[in-house]
Unconditional design. Structure first.
Length: 240
């Protein structure tokens, strides 16, 4: 099992906090987001990491080298991070993903129990979901079938039809990854579609209704989790 962590973005909405620091190195009550993320994943037995970095990447590289030299870390550089989105960063990992893997962005503050529950789930492909009725239009929401299979994952899922919010941590089999990278190849190489969220690619696989590559909802609502996108989010995290 590998972990793919995307940490290339500028984090414009977190300025001025990110004027001189990538957001994954922002401190939250004595420990930065990156350190918390690594501790949580390593505690669940994963020791093989792929990072995609961009903005102020040397700070991230130096931090990982200093604090996590005892695990295997591959770091890829997204040099055009100002002009592309996380689907491009994910596509960059295609020659490095060799196994099943978990995927997450680097701006999530979360309980390690989320990783444990996702890994323990019987399905090969799943998204950690905060099952709640407290939703808004900006969240990535999921619509789920009676068997727990995800039927839709996007911001435009109607709130009244949504089971909850996808928190941005997923688990994928090597088979799902293969299909995902084929789609990303088409979008990025042939269509030059570099500025898209990776959920659009998940949805394309979901719409095929292939039982072997179905994606399931993993309810992690008993654990604390938040994505830090804005200055307000950051101070909320510090407080709570």
């Amino acid at each position: 099992m590998q972990a793919v962590i995307l940490a290339a973005g500028l984090a414009k909405r977190l300025r001025p906090l990110t004027d001189t620091t990538p957001k994954c190195l922002l401190d939250v009550r004595g420990k930065n987001l990156l350190h918390r993320t690594m501790d949580n994943i390593i505690s669940c037995g994963i020791r093989d990491f792929i990072f995609v970095t961009g903005y102020r990447e040397n700070m991230i590289k130096d931090y990982l080298k200093k604090n996590f030299g005892n695990v295997n870390i591959e770091i890829l550089t997204n040099s055009d991070y100002e002009n592309n989105n996380n689907s491009y960063s994910l596509w960059m990992t295609k020659d490095y993903v060799k196994d099943s893997f978990i995927l997450l962005d680097s701006d999530i503050l979360f309980d390690a129990g989320i990783i444990s529950k996702l890994l323990a789930d019987k399905h090969e492909n799943g998204a950690a979901v905060n099952v709640t009725g407290n939703l808004d239009d900006e969240q990535i929401k999921v619509r789920v079938g009676n068997d727990g299979r995800i039927l839709e994952i996007s911001k435009i899922v109607p709130i009244k039809e949504a089971a909850g919010e996808s928190i941005g941590i997923e688990k994928f089999s090597r088979s799902f990854a293969g299909e995902m990278f084929k789609i990303l190849d088409r979008k990025i190489i042939r269509e030059n579609n570099v500025n898209e969220f990776y959920e659009k690619t998940f949805e394309e696989i979901i719409e095929r209704n292939d039982p072997g590559n179905s994606m399931y909802c993993v309810d992690v609502s008993e654990y604390e989790c938040m994505e830090i996108d804005t200055v307000e989010d950051y101070y909320k995290a510090q407080k709570e």
